[in-house]
Design a protein around this ligand. Structure first.
Ligand code: BT5
Length: 299
């Protein structure tokens, strides 16, 4: 696990830096996070960035620390640890996860080639609006897909799909958790998984990847876009619902909602201020706050 030294990286991005002006540890940390740095006449020179923490930090327009790890069980698990220690405004990013998790402890397949990250944030939204963090991240995934030329849409509450008249396929998912730090402060871990440059053959049957749709998937662009959108929207939360509605696949669809105790079928008509789905079953409007949502074919 290595923290990207962002200020050293910024200086190297501008041009060679004299050896005495940059700490050895910073050079090592940049190399460990994917930067190729060479010695030249003028000192150190950045000559390349392969996908990793440094490539993401280099173009990121958001004031977060970036922590990179090649392989981790789950970035949400590591993010929870960081939040517990009091490290917010941090993004934990991994090349692959060995035990990625979805909601209700489901398995989340996370092979190399995907974008697997968790934002550890102070939850600036009021407790009853924290579902909107998941919405902001879902909008971020849609923006990230758009940045690679792919149209994606949001399936309530936490899925991003590539729409298809036959079957929509899931390309990304979000897992948001709110916990309390050692010092007693609440923090949110917003976990984002995107099947970016992944062979769709290794994914579950109803899943797909950006690479299945386009041949130019730059993972660093995908990651920076998600992070920047979440950063922008948490600073301006009144825009979240509008943006979410503009990217939603679920609204207007016939849906089946399954919770641990009930099942409900109807038309998804709207979303509330707090992110609940309003489902019209023909008799009444139900406000659904949690559950799995299936899109049904029109009857
Ligand atoms: C989700 O859960 O969709 C949330 C996924 C969040 C993953 C990120 S990756 C970074 C961070 N670290 C973590 O450990 N997690 C977060 P849910 O709605 O419960 O969907 C889970 C279901 O999606 C599984 O039961 C599978 O059916 C399916 N699935 C598993 N891996 C998938 C993949 N790579 N792509 C698409 N679908 C997948």
């Amino acid at each position: 696990m290595t923290l990207v030294p962002r200020s050293a990286l910024a200086r190297l991005t501008d041009g060679p830096v004299p050896v005495e002006d940059i700490a050895d540890q910073a050079i090592q940390a940049l190399r460990d996070t994917g930067a190729t740095i060479e010695r030249c006449e003028d000192g150190y020179r950045l000559s390349g960035l392969s996908y990793g923490g440094a490539a993401v930090a280099a173009h990121l327009d958001a004031p977060y620390e970036i922590e990179w790890v090649e392989t981790v069980e789950s970035t949400n698990q590591l993010g929870r640890r960081r939040g517990f220690e009091g490290h917010t405004d941090r993004v934990v990013l991994a090349a692959e996860q060995t035990g990625g998790r979805g909601r209700r402890d489901r398995d989340w397949l996370s092979p190399a080639g995907g974008v697997w990250l968790s934002l550890v944030l102070e939850p600036t939204l009021k407790p009853d609006r924290r579902a909107l963090l998941t919405f902001a991240a879902a909008v971020g995934v849609v923006d990230a897909a758009a940045a690679t030329g792919v149209t994606a849409q949001i399936k309530w509450p936490n899925d991003v799909v590539i729409p298809d008249p036959e079957t929509d396929r899931k390309v990304g998912g979000i897992l948001t958790e709110v916990k309390t730090s050692e010092a007693g402060a609440p923090f949110a871990v917003v976990g984002v998984g995107i099947n970016a440059d992944v062979d769709p053959a290794v994914l579950p049957r109803d899943a797909t990847s950006l690479r299945a749709v386009t041949d130019t998937v730059d993972r660093a662009t995908v990651a920076t876009t998600v992070i920047e959108t979440v950063h922008e929207l948490r600073g301006d939360p009144d825009r979240i619902l509008d943006r979410w509605q503009g990217a939603a696949r679920t609204l207007g669809q016939r849906v089946r909602i399954t919770t641990e105790s009930t099942e409900l079928e109807g038309t998804a008509v709207d979303i509330t201020e707090t992110g609940a789905l309003l489902v019209d079953d023909g008799t009444t409007h139900h406000e659904v706050t949690v559950g799995d949502c299936e899109h049904l074919r029109p009857t």
